[in-house]
Design a protein around this ligand. Structure first.
Ligand SMILES: [Zn+2]
Length: 208
């Protein structure tokens, strides 16, 4: 009888915790739930690069103002940097619409950008050049490309139909805490490129 009493007592004591943790996990919307193998499937990157990559789970507030879980393929060397950037985004309530490994877009940068997807690793050349992009090593990240497009000197904007409105949540501008944080960690922001503005792009240039 005494044993039963204890069982009931502890059950009642723990119930609120059990149910609240279930509610919490139910409220998180899963945007991506791949294995590492799935996240790099079909890439043309050599093994020496793949061995330095990892798949990181990240959380963010999306356009529905709800907490989402996504994933990003990055270089193992920048795990701390990228984790801290996503933490700052949550603290600042800075919207990241979605973050899904680019394999979901058949490795098409254009399709991923048009879908406002945030991503890092993609084994590819710099647009319009023969050099490998820092994305090839998971050392560059593009954030909300549709809110933060590339703006060329002649006024052309990529992705098509995008607008750059610094008052829209999810848009990067000089005032953004994320940009400061990236710079302190040794990253360069494409919004400060001279030849054209690549507002969604950050790349690691030095170890800090
Ligand atoms: Zn980029």
């Amino acid at each position: 009888m005494k044993k039963l009493f204890y069982i009931i007592f502890f059950y009642l004591l723990l119930t609120p915790f059990i149910s609240s943790s279930i509610i919490e996990s139910e409220n998180i919307i899963i945007d991506s739930n791949m294995t590492f193998e799935e996240s790099i499937k079909g890439t043309k990157a050599p093994k020496s690069i793949i061995d330095n990559l990892m798949l990181l789970d990240v959380m963010y507030y999306s356009t529905d103002k709800k907490l989402h879980k996504g994933q990003i393929v990055i270089s193992k060397s920048v795990e701390k940097d990228i984790s801290s950037i996503f933490e700052i985004a949550i603290k600042e309530k800075f919207i990241i619409e979605k973050c899904i490994p680019i394999v979901k877009y058949n490795w098409s940068d254009n399709k991923s950008m048009a879908n406002n997807n945030t991503s890092s690793f993609n084994y590819r050349k710099v647009s319009g050049s023969k050099n490998l992009s820092k994305h090839s090593y998971g050392l560059a990240i593009d954030i909300n490309p549709k809110y933060n497009p590339v703006v060329y000197k002649n006024g052309r904007i990529s992705p098509k139909g995008a607008t750059y409105d610094i008052n829209k949540n999810g848009t990067l501008s000089k005032k953004s805490a994320i940009i400061d944080a990236f710079k302190k960690l040794g990253w360069k922001w494409g919004g400060e490129f001279r030849s054209f503005k690549d507002y969604h792009h950050f790349q690691k240039i030095s170890n800090k």
